[in-house]
Design a protein around this ligand. Structure first.
Ligand code: NAG
Ligand code: NAG
Ligand code: NAG
Ligand code: NAG
Ligand code: NAG
Ligand code: NAG
Ligand code: NAG
Ligand code: CU
Length: 233
């Protein structure tokens, strides 16, 4: 924790080893490899990989929240999934999945991603199922692991009412891969670094981290958190 910002991290040779970890977006197919020479997952907002210019190369994705499959290289990472509407998105301002702790390395898959949040985000943009049909959009997936530096990858989609979700056999989490929600402590606990954890957070050790708690299984997408949660990274 408390590493300097990610722009300094490439100065350390260890980053070269970490580079093979990072993560891959397997579905919807990412806009291009963020391991390519001119790309870097450290670069906001999309790893310095340009948007897909040919609409036929965009994955058809349900406006009710399609599937998302990652290959995660870290043993855990705070993970966010955002979406922006447009052909060349600069504001990924629809939060599909607020941050949760993605645990385990290997395949991580959400069959139906952020359905309620996407509906609300489309409504905020004045869109509904019919007017969203065929629109281009981009997903931004962010992972933040132990060093506190954020990793970015994007995938370009087009909304399609007929887009299928991934089949069950193509959307499974690897053994020991999953996610846990992060619940912030209440105000009282936040004032007291040695305060009692509100759940099964005993694995974490620092004062602030001790205030984090796992939500019940399935609570991942709904997990609520205050900004203080970020500071422990
Ligand atoms: C981003 O990619 C372009 C080529 O697409 C390259 O010229 C540029 O140096 C890259 N930026 C960084 C910071 O690596
Ligand atoms: C679209 O995808 C095809 C097949 O992957 C690729 O050969 C082609 O270069 C892509 N076109 C653009 C404009 O990215
Ligand atoms: C897409 O947006 C980026 C960043 O704002 C910009 O550099 C690039 O020129 C845009 N691409 C097109 C085709 O307009
Ligand atoms: C995420 O979960 C892993 C595995 O349980 C744990 O080691 C790590 O500290 C957790 N990270 C946060 C920020 O809670
Ligand atoms: C997970 O990490 C362990 C230890 O670094 C490694 O041996 C294993 O191959 C990784 N598994 C996957 C699926 O990447
Ligand atoms: C996201 O930005 C677009 C364009 O600026 C705007 O129309 C939309 O209302 C914003 N959505 C949210 C959820 O803030
Ligand atoms: C993978 O794990 C996440 C977090 O626990 C869970 O929400 C998701 O449903 C799992 N994926 C599948 C396909 O079961
Ligand atoms: Cu990495």
């Amino acid at each position: 924790m408390h590493f300097s910002t990610c722009t300094f991290l490439p100065l350390f040779s260890t980053v070269i080893q970490l580079a093979s970890a990072h993560f891959t977006v397997e579905y919807p197919y990412w806009r291009g490899s963020s391991f390519a020479p001119t790309a870097s997952q450290w670069i906001f907002p999309c790893a310095n990989v340009s948007e897909t210019t040919d609409i036929n190369n965009r994955t058809a994705w349900s406006h009710e929240g399609g599937s998302l499959r990652l290959h995660a290289g870290h043993h855990w990472a705070l993970t966010y999934v955002n979406l922006g509407i447009g052909t060349n998105v600069s504001a990924f301002n629809i939060s599909l999945v607020d941050h949760f702790n993605q645990t385990g390395n290997g395949t991580f898959c959400l069959k139906e991603t952020g359905k309620a949040n996407l509906a609300a985000g489309l409504a905020a943009a004045g869109l509904d199922a019919s007017s969203a049909e065929g629109l281009e959009a981009s997903l931004q997936i962010i992972q933040i692991s132990t060093t506190g530096a954020a990793l970015y990858n994007c995938a370009d989609i087009k909304f399609s009412a007929t887009a299928a979700l991934l089949a069950d056999d193509q959307c499974t989490n690897s053994t020991a891969v999953g996610g846990v929600g992060i619940l912030n402590a209440d105000a009282t606990a936040a004032q007291s670094p040695s305060g009692t954890a509100t759940g099964g957070a005993a694995a974490t050790s620092t004062g602030a981290a001790a205030n984090l708690a796992y939500s019940s299984a399935g609570g991942v997408v709904a997990a609520a958190v205050l900004g203080a949660g970020m500071m422990i990274l």
